[in-house]
Design a protein around this ligand. Structure first.
Ligand SMILES: NC(=O)c1ccc[n+]([C@@H]2O[C@H](COP(=O)([O-])OP(=O)(O)OC[C@H]3O[C@@H](n4cnc5c(N)ncnc54)[C@H](OP(=O)(O)O)[C@@H]3O)[C@@H](O)[C@H]2O)c1
Length: 297
């Protein structure tokens, strides 16, 4: 039995990884707060990755065969307003995990983001020049550089706007938020000037396991098959789940002047994912259909 450490293992990405896990891997799932998670086959550890001593002790106690480093503050707006705390959690945390991985000689995949791009020249390939427009994207790019300087046996994955069933203890995503609001009969305002190719968390899980198996080097973009703006995405969610689409109001980003700036179009090219990892991009229709059948699992 091999052992993998997934930092941020209870987040949407970690949940997607756990649900697509091969049987012959033991999963150590690390998160910050101390809580229990229902229906999880992982061994859970509550540990703050900002604490170097605790991270080093974890790597002394376990012999990991692979590390997926996804933990950190992933809310773009929270990072914009809490820069110092986010630097600690994302940058210092990444330094602690990658130095421990280097000393242990273990292959690590760092989970970055589409937000490293400015959104003016989509679709983006892995070798296109990054130019983040908000603090979250800036810190994630710093983390990519730190990982590249610290490790020799590593890869970087850049997922994009992710959707899927999250653990109730973690934050909602576009689909679960819209589902909840429309079921309550509440109106939602969705912007029509932010475009992505949304990613189903189970597809992201499959791509990460392919990386663990193949141990490639370099950067991989991971995204879904269909490009849409957030307003169009909301309409597709309402249609797939049989909800009232008249509650969805089309607005521009100017409607929300107080939140972090978003890059207008960060659609990712996924040829490398498809050819080298052998993972097909999932359409929105299929991703939402799969979610529908997995509700409450
Ligand atoms: N979701 C997306 O749309 C998206 C898109 C592109 C890239 N990404 C990247 O993908 C990764 C995973 O995102 P996600 O959406 O799955 O995240 P998430 O649902 O917000 O979960 C974050 C996870 O990180 C843990 N964590 C946060 N700070 C920590 C700390 N100081 N020490 C230990 N654990 C800590 C959280 O633990 P607690 O629950 O205990 O707080 C939780 O398990 C992130 O690196 C994010 O930047 C996400």
């Amino acid at each position: 039995m091999k052992t993998i450490l997934i930092t941020g293992g209870t987040g949407l990405l970690g949940k997607g990884m756990e649900e697509t896990a091969p049987k012959d891997w033991r999963i150590v799932s690390l998160h910050q707060r101390d809580y229990t998670v229902d229906a999880s086959r992982a061994e859970h550890i509550a540990l703050d990755i900002r604490e170097k001593k605790l991270v080093d002790a974890l790597f002394s106690k376990h012999k990991f065969d692979a590390v997926i480093h996804a933990a950190g503050i992933a809310s773009v707006d929270y990072v914009e307003k809490h820069y110092a705390e986010s630097l600690e959690s994302n940058l210092v945390g990444t330094l602690n995990i990658s130095s421990a991985a280097r000393r242990a000689g273990v292959y690590m995949t760092y989970v970055s983001t589409n937000a490293v791009f400015d959104g003016r020249k989509a679709p983006y390939a892995e070798n296109d020049a990054p130019n983040p427009v908000n603090k979250y994207g800036q810190i994630k790019l710093q983390c990519e550089r730190l990982v590249s300087e610290t490790l020799t046996d590593f890869s970087i994955m850049r997922p994009i706007l992710m959707y899927g069933w999250n653990h109730p203890v973690t934050r909602s995503n576009t689909v679960t938020w819209i589902d909840d609001k429309l079921r309550r009969g509440e109106t939602v305002e969705m912007v029509d000037d932010v475009t992505e190719n949304p990613l189903y968390n189970l597809q992201c899980g499959a791509a990460l396991w392919a990386m663990v198996r193949k141990r490639p080097a370099g950067i991989f973009h991971v995204a879904g098959k269909d490009r849409c703006n957030r307003y169009e995405f909301a309409l597709k969610i309402a249609k797939a789940f049989g909800l009232d689409s008249s509650l969805i109001k089309r607005v521009s980003s100017k409607r929300f002047p107080d939140i972090a700036k978003r890059p207008p179009n960060t659609t990712l090219r996924v040829q490398r994912m498809e050819k080298e990892l052998g993972v097909p991009a999932v359409s929105l229709e299929d991703g939402l259909k799969s979610m529908k059948t997995r509700r409450n699992i």
